[in-house]
Write a protein that binds this ligand. Structure first.
Ligand code: ARG
Length: 472
């Protein structure tokens, strides 16, 4: 970045990511200008040839952004008489809005693909652990017996929602703003629909003030990435806790952990910690995009330039996190014995004692009290709930009218294994729900990948046909 006012206003540092989009957007614009006889065929040909040469890069010179730099390169390459016609009927305002929409739609599709891959990796772990018992936590306190497959599917489902959000915002992003001019349109008879078609957009952003001056599509995109990174951060946090010596539920493959520089026994979960840390940065990117937007009067304002870097940063962070987490979970070694031991060690089946008595006809509030005193008594005696005797059952049942032998029976049978077998509700962490959830997620992921491929191919095919036409 240079010194003085030019350096200060320059967006060249961020604009490197936009060069290809600026070239393709310019090609489509010029093809339209020529087709509508707004510029002569000969000039169009020269401009298109210069645009192709610009693919190798354009010198920044005294340009304050990529749009100026590209136009200067075209004017140099095609001559002023021809090159000077490229910018007919457009403004940098609709031009940068176009570039950003093309970039965000590509990034959206790339992130969707990576999110589906990670969801697939999580479901893969789930499929291998449909009988791996573990404690489920609320408030980080043991709550109920669960299964590792169930946990993994919960994480995959959150990601699938993120992917669904991205697909929703894609539909709003993939509209062409070009032809909006600086704010109010142009007297040149441009064909906005044709440019949109050439570039693979699903239509135009109709109102020109809205088209040139809005970036809510970018805010929406980054907000979904921020939500997604928050989801990944929670996954990372669980795995950090599980990989401690105290938990010992999981051991990360060596390449996902770093040794300490001084303490040889340590295997630091740096990849997970960085995911947690970078989730904060994407949240910062969201704040940057929305705050550069919120105080802006209608129409383009230079503040919008500042939103670009934040959007690119969010993409870079998310597209780094998704694949690395996929390999991390796929290569992690889960310690079944440790997880089961943890599930069996405490009073985690108290709810099962209560449920068993409910099934025998006792009102839930009563069974809840019985299970509560039973857990307390078991804890005092230093035994699991399954280890209480008739004395404890009698104390727990006192004053409830429930037969102490029924209480004892419910307690004795409240093992982790029985708990996982008895779970009956849809989507539960019990054995019976797992296979169905795994296979339905697999089908869902495959269907979404097909839809994503169709959507991405449509854009790629349009752009490559447009480039071919530009070369002729
Ligand atoms: N560099 C600018 C940006 O990134 C491009 C648009 C400039 N338009 C203008 N009227 N100054 O937003």
């Amino acid at each position: 970045m240079g010194d003085g006012p030019l350096g200060y206003v320059s967006s060249m540092a961020d604009d490197a990511e936009l060069l290809m989009y600026d070239i393709d957007g310019s090609r489509a614009h010029v093809l339209m200008l020529e087709a509508r006889r707004i510029i002569p065929r000969r000039d169009a040909g020269r401009i298109l040839a210069a645009l192709s040469r610009a693919e190798a890069g354009v010198p920044a010179g005294r340009a304050e952004d990529i749009h100026e730099a590209l136009e200067a390169a075209v004017v140099r390459g095609a001559g002023r008489e021809s090159g000077g016609r490229m910018h007919t009927g457009r403004s940098r305002n609709d031009q940068v809005a176009l570039d950003m929409r093309m970039k965000v739609r590509d990034d959206t599709n790339a992130i969707c693909g990576m999110a589906l891959d990670l969801a697939g990796a999580l479901v893969g772990v789930a499929s291998a652990h449909k009988r791996t018992a573990m404690p489920l936590y609320t408030h980080m306190q043991q709550a109920q017996p669960g299964l590792l497959s169930h946990y993994m599917i919960s994480q995959a489902d959150a990601l699938l929602r993120d992917e669904e959000r991205l697909s929703g915002s894609y539909a709003r992003t993939n509209k062409s703003p070009l032809g909006a001019g600086p704010a109010g349109g142009t007297a040149i008879p441009v064909d906005r629909a044709m440019v949109a078609r050439l570039l693979g957009f699903d239509g135009i952003v109709e109102n020109s003030l809205d088209a040139a001056g809005s970036r809510d599509f970018a805010a929406e995109y980054v907000s979904v990435l921020a939500i997604m990174m928050a989801n990944l951060s929670r996954l990372a946090e669980d795995m950090v806790v599980w990989s401690t010596s105290e938990f010992g539920f999981v051991e990360l493959a060596d390449e996902f952990a770093s040794p300490s520089s001084v303490m040889p026994q340590k295997k630091n979960p740096d990849v997970l910690e960085l995911t947690r840390g970078r989730a904060g940065r994407v949240l910062g990117d969201l704040v940057a995009v929305i705050s550069s937007y919120k105080g802006l009067a209608s129409g383009y304002g230079r503040d919008l330039q500042e939103a670009k870097g934040a959007v690119f940063s969010a993409t870079r962070i998310a597209s780094g996190a998704l694949p690395v987490l996929g390999s991390l979970v796929s290569t992690a070694r889960f310690d079944r014995a440790r997880m089961l031991e943890a599930a069996e060690s405490g009073g985690i089946t108290a709810l099962d004692v209560s449920d068993a008595l409910v099934r025998a006809g006792v009102p839930f509030r009563t069974t809840h009290g019985i299970a509560g005193s039973l857990s307390r008594l078991a804890h005092e005696a230093g035994v699991p709930v399954t280890g209480v005797g008739i004395r404890e059952a009698g104390i727990a049942a006192r004053g409830t009218g429930v037969d102490p032998r029924a209480v004892l029976g419910a307690a004795r049978s409240a093992t982790v294994e029985a708990s996982l077998r008895a779970r009956a509700s849809a989507g539960s962490a019990g054995y019976s729900a797992q296979a169905g959830m795994v296979s339905s997620r697999r089908r869902e992921i495959a269907a979404r990948k097909r839809r994503l491929a169709v959507r991405s191919r449509r854009v790629a095919a349009a752009v490559s046909a447009m480039r071919k036409r530009a070369r002729r």
